[in-house]
Design a protein around this ligand. Structure first.
Ligand SMILES: [Zn+2]
Length: 342
């Protein structure tokens, strides 16, 4: 029988201090060339070990081999200048130094496939691999070439589809596309964002997920959340479109957020990765708190479709806090599993 409530993380986990300085985004590598390659692989093994020790069921790479969930992918494409970066405002919210699209983009070789093969060799558990979604990619760069967000998203979708097919071939069980931009640009999601995502998953036989959150626990995001009022209804704008799509799993933010749980009703039938761990503070949830969040979600999600998860990536947290939160997630899920067995 398949395990009830399989736990996973959204993707990123803190890196060991010898690989990159902790507690920040775009943290620079501490190693170079061959040492960096070896260091990334070692960090992947450490990350796997920490997830297994914590009892996580669906393993991710912890994003140990990438500096950032979007820009690292973009930097591997031709047609992109990542040396002469530009500063742009992303998600309408905060400034970031990003690569520049200067020509037609193309994926000359795979980006993460070797990393995925490496992880696949280390564990028999299901593995999930995160890729940036087309709309979020468009929103995390400066475009000097296409001059159309829609056109560029479509090109990214084609490139992502190739990468995803090779990841599937490498034995990845779930491919997840990170689309935090979906929570900001509703009109574009409905015009072309969802279509681009569907293009990215075209022909895949493995499971597919979309992760839509309110961002990493950094100050700009936390400030933004304070402006969203007592009910965050962003998901209401996009879930109907997702419900009609071929995406299998929806990953969303719940714990400590003002998202009304009943919005999950809009994607009834899909699998839901319910965020039961807050990544924006250092307080480690108790298993009971995790269980309470899952219990509330169960009013709107069938138990076989509930996948306990984190709200977002944990890259900006300390390793100790991240470890504690992983264990709390497992322990909280176990409380509910026991209730369903009796
Ligand atoms: Zn996220």
């Amino acid at each position: 029988m398949k395990k009830l409530l399989p736990t996973s993380t959204v993707g990123s986990l803190p890196k060991p201090v010898w690989l990159a300085p902790p507690e920040k985004l775009w943290s620079p590598w501490n190693l170079e060339s061959n040492k960096l390659h070896e260091g990334k692989q070692d960090a992947l093994i450490v990350s796997l070990q920490e997830q297994q020790l914590a009892g996580i069921d669906i393993i991710s790479d912890g994003e140990q081999t990438r500096q950032h969930f979007v820009t690292t992918f973009i930097e591997h494409l031709s047609g992109v200048d990542f040396e002469n970066r530009r500063t742009v405002k992303i998600r309408n919210r905060y400034e970031a130094s990003v690569p520049v699209v200067v020509d037609e983009i193309a994926r000359k070789k795979s980006v993460f496939v070797n990393d995925a093969k490496f992880l696949r060799k280390q564990t028999n558990k299901p593995i999930k691999w995160a890729l940036p979604g087309p709309m979020t990619m468009v929103d995390t760069l400066f475009d000097k070439h296409y001059k159309s967000r829609e056109k560029l998203a479509w090109e990214f979708a084609k490139v992502l589809n190739k990468e995803a097919k090779e990841l599937e071939e490498a034995g990845v069980d779930i491919i997840q596309f990170d689309e935090p931009a979906f929570n900001v640009f509703f009109e574009e999601v409905n015009d072309w964002g969802m279509a681009a995502l569907e293009r990215a998953i075209e022909g895949l036989k493995c499971e597919t997920a979309v992760h839509i959150c309110y961002g990493y626990g950094i100050k700009a995001n936390n400030d933004w959340k304070k402006t969203l009022g007592s009910e965050w209804r962003q998901y209401e704008e996009i879930f109907p479109k997702i419900q009609k799509s071929n995406i299998d799993i929806v990953s969303l933010e719940c714990h400590n957020s003002n998202v009304p749980f009943n919005l999950m009703e809009l994607v009834r039938g899909k699998k839901i990765m319910v965020g039961a761990i807050d990544v924006a503070n250092n307080t480690i949830e108790t298993p009971q708190e995790v269980a309470n969040t899952l219990r509330k979600a169960l009013e709107f999600v069938d138990v076989e479709n509930l996948y306990p998860c984190t709200n977002c990536g944990m890259a900006p947290l300390t390793r100790n806090v991240a470890r504690g939160k992983l264990s709390a997630l497992s322990a909280g899920a176990e409380i509910i599993r026991k209730e369903y067995k009796t």
